[in-house]
Design a protein around this ligand. Structure first.
Ligand SMILES: *[C@@H]1O[C@H](CO)[C@@H](O)[C@H](O)[C@H]1NC(C)=O
Length: 325
C-alpha cells in the first residue's frame, strides 16, 4: 500500500516535471497547426528522395498537415486501452540524441542459471538513459501524451513480463502475448543509478520461462529512438525454474510446470463466472505453488501500472483464452 502511494506521488511529480516540454506556449493547446510545426517530410512517399530505390521498399503514406485528422471517423484511443484496437492521433514527441538511447540488461535471473520453484526472487534490470519512475494513469492517459525528455533522457518506466515457454527452451511458435506467468510495471526509480527490481513474490512453479523488459515512456508507449540501426532498448533472457520433477522439462511435461503457472495466473485475474474453469486448470499445479502464483499475479495487477480498467479488459482476453485452451 505504501508502495502504491509512493508510486502515485512519483506519477504526479512526473507530470509537473515533464510539463515544460508539453506546455512551452499556450498556442500548443490551440486548434491551429503552426507553420513551424508542419513536417514537410511527410509530403514525400520516399520513392524519389535520398536513400531511394531499396528493393522492395514500400511507399510512405503522405500528408501536408501532419496527419492531424488521421483518426477522424475511427475509434479513438482517447487515453484508454482499447482491446479491439483503435486509432491514436497523438504526436510521438521528443526523441533523445543517439548518445542517449535507452538500453536494458536483465542481471537476474541470469542466463543459464536456475531458480528454485516457489521461492521469491527478484527480476533485476539495469537500464541506461531512462529517467525511470514516471508513469501516468494507464486507465485514462494511455498513449494520450507524447514522449518527453528530461536532461536529454526519456522520461518513463519499465516493466518485466515472464512467459511460460512450455516443454522446450526453444519453442518454434511465438508465445501468446495475452498469457503471462508474471507481469509487473516497475514504477519506482530504483536505486537512481538505473538498477530496477521487480519482486516475484512466492516465485514460480517449475518450468521453462522467458523474462523480457518492456521499456516505456511515461504514457506507456514504447520508447522512441533517433536512429533505426541500433541495439534494442529491451532485454530478454530465458531461465529454468527447478523443482517438482526430475528436470524442468519433465515438470512442464507432466503439467506441474509452467503451463499450470500460466493457468494459475489467469485464474487469479479471472475472478468471476470464468474463475472455476481457470482454477480447475490451475489444479495441475501443487496447492502451494498455485496459491503462490495466484498471489503473485494478484499483487502484480494491483501494484502494476496496467491500470484497473486495462486489466479488466485484459481479464476478458485471458478468460477467453482459458476457455478455448
Ligand atoms: C530484491 O532486491 C531488493 C533491493 O535490492 C533487496 O532488498 C531484496 O533483498 C531482494 N530480494 C531477493 C529475494 O533477492
Amino acid at each position: 500500500m505504501h508502495f502504491s502511494t509512493l508510486a502515485c506521488a512519483a506519477a504526479l511529480s512526473s507530470m509537473v516535471y515533464a510539463s515544460p516540454a508539453s506546455s512551452s506556449s499556450s498556442s500548443t493547446n490551440g486548434l491551429t497547426l503552426l507553420s513551424d510545426a508542419i513536417q514537410k517530410g511527410s509530403t514525400l512517399d520516399g520513392s524519389t528522395e535520398t536513400g531511394a530505390a531499396e528493393v522492395g521498399q514500400a511507399k510512405s503514406a503522405v500528408s501536408t498537415n501532419n496527419f492531424i485528422n488521421i483518426c477522424s471517423g475511427k475509434t479513438l484511443t482517447n487515453g484508454e486501452q482499447i482491446i479491439d484496437g483503435s486509432c491514436n492521433g497523438i504526436p510521438m514527441g521528443d526523441i533523445p540524441a543517439k548518445t542517449a538511447m535507452v538500453s536494458s540488461v536483465i542481471t537476474n535471473p541470469q542466463t543459464g542459471k536456475t531458480v528454485a520453484s516457489g521461492t521469491t526472487f527478484n527480476v533485476t534490470v539495469q537500464v541506461s538513459n531512462l529517467e525511470a519512475g514516471f508513469f501516468t494513469n494507464a486507465d485514462a492517459t494511455y498513449y494520450s501524451a507524447p514522449q518527453a525528455l528530461s536532461g536529454g533522457k526519456v522520461v518513463g518506466h519499465t516493466h518485466v513480463t515472464v512467459q511460460d515457454l512450455g516443454k522446450s527452451m526453444n519453442p518454434s511458435s511465438p508465445l501468446d502475448p495475452t498469457v503471462f506467468a508474471f507481469f509487473k510495471g516497475i514504477n519506482d526509480a530504483g536505486d537512481g543509478q538505473g538498477t530496477l527490481n521487480a519482486v516475484v513474490t512466492g516465485g514460480l512453479p517449475a518450468g521453462n520461462y522467458r523474462v523480457c523488459t518492456i521499456t516505456s515512456s511515461a504514457n506507456h508507449q514504447p520508447v522512441l529512438m533517433p536512429v533505426a540501426q541500433r541495439g534494442t532498448a529491451d532485454d530478454c533472457t530465458k531461465f529454468v525454474v527447478t523443482g517438482e520433477g526430475d528436470t524442468a522439462n519433465d515438470a512442464s511435461n507432466d503439467g506441474s510446470g509452467g503451463l499450470a503457472a500460466a493457468a494459475a495466473a489467469a485464474a487469479a485475474v479471472s475472478a468471476g463466472p470464468g474463475g472455476s474453469v481457470a482454477v480447475a486448470a490451475a489444479a495441475a499445479a501443487t496447492t502451494t505453488t498455485a496459491a503462490a502464483s495466484k498471489q503473485t499475479s494478484a499483487s502484480s495487477f494491483k501494484n502494476g501500472n496496467s491500470g484497473s480498467k486495462g486489466s479488466g479488459k485484459g481479464r476478458r482476453a485471458i478468460k477467453k483464452r482459458v476457455f478455448v485452451s
